[in-house]
Design a protein around this ligand. Structure first.
Ligand SMILES: [Zn+2]
Length: 271
């Protein structure tokens, strides 16, 4: 499933190919994504010029002159910008034909992705409102986390993975960030110290930044039919290493289920 780093890498890859382009027309080959592609999207988008491509959480925001196309990649979605004459592939559900002879194609085998249009500020769209801060935003601080965690008995790992706390920290990234911050993933959120929250803020940003950087080197070119985001492997220090020696102290890495998710940690290094 595309995580925040993959979506950010997609955004960076698409930006130079789409910004300034005008949509000539839209072809919808299959409307039934997670939510139906709005009827009339062809009429709405025809003639729209792309102003910018932003990201909020795992939503791509293709900002046009009169509204914003909100795209979510779901479980298996990906986007390509290719010559419009190139034959359709299986699961190419929607294509935006551009004024430079290319097309933006949305491919999604499992169809959990979405393509929606809003004329309003996309940040107040029902899907996006109520989300926590972006991990790289100045609002994501130790004092914010301490305030939100106050009195909470929920374990810190599911607390961190809750999009209302902060967006974009998936299971692997949560395990890795908690290891780097030296925090036991089972610890009650309300019992995490202020210095530990500060370490966690830094660790979350480091882990995600590394993944985004790895993605940037993995995907050289979105403008070819092979260019599609994969999973960006950061160097995993605990995740998937159950029973193997901790990279810091050689104690075997523990694996537990926490909030129904595989969780890896070092009981000696993480308190
Ligand atoms: Zn250790």
């Amino acid at each position: 499933m595309p995580e925040l780093p993959e979506v950010e890498t997609t955004r960076r890859g698409l930006e130079p190919l789409l910004v300034g382009r005008t949509v000539r027309s839209v072809r919808v080959h299959n409307r039934s994504l997670r939510w139906p592609v709005p009827r009339g999207i062809s009429k709405t988008l025809a003639g729209e010029r792309v102003r910018a491509i932003d990201r909020r959480s795992k939503y791509l925001l293709v900002r046009c002159m009169h509204g914003t196309l909100i795209i979510h990649l779901g479980m298996t979605g990906h986007l390509r910008v290719i010559p419009a004459a190139e034959p359709l592939r299986k699961h190419d559900h929607v294509e935006l034909l551009l004024d430079d002879g290319r097309a933006l194609r949305f491919n999604d085998s499992r169809r959990f992705g979405a393509l929606l249009w809003t004329k309003d500020d996309p940040l107040v769209h029902p899907l996006l409102t109520g989300l926590g801060p972006e991990p790289f935003d100045g609002a994501f601080t130790d004092s914010y986390l301490a305030g939100r965690a106050k009195g909470r008995v929920v374990a810190v790992k599911p607390f961190l993975m809750d999009a209302k706390t902060v967006v974009g920290v998936g299971n692997i990234y949560a395990s890795e960030a908690l290891f780097r911050a030296g925090i036991d993933p089972r610890r009650a959120a309300g019992k995490v110290s202020r210095p530990a929250w500060q370490r966690l803020v830094t660790a979350v940003r480091d882990v995600l930044a590394e993944a985004i950087e790895a993605g940037g080197t993995t995907i050289r070119d979105f403008a070819n039919s092979a260019g599609e985001p994969g999973y960006f492997r950061i160097s995993l220090r605990v995740y998937g290493r159950g029973g193997e020696p901790c990279v810091t102290c050689a104690t075997p890495v523990k694996q537990v289920r926490l909030g129904q998710r595989s969780t890896y940690f070092c009981a000696k290094c993480q308190k």
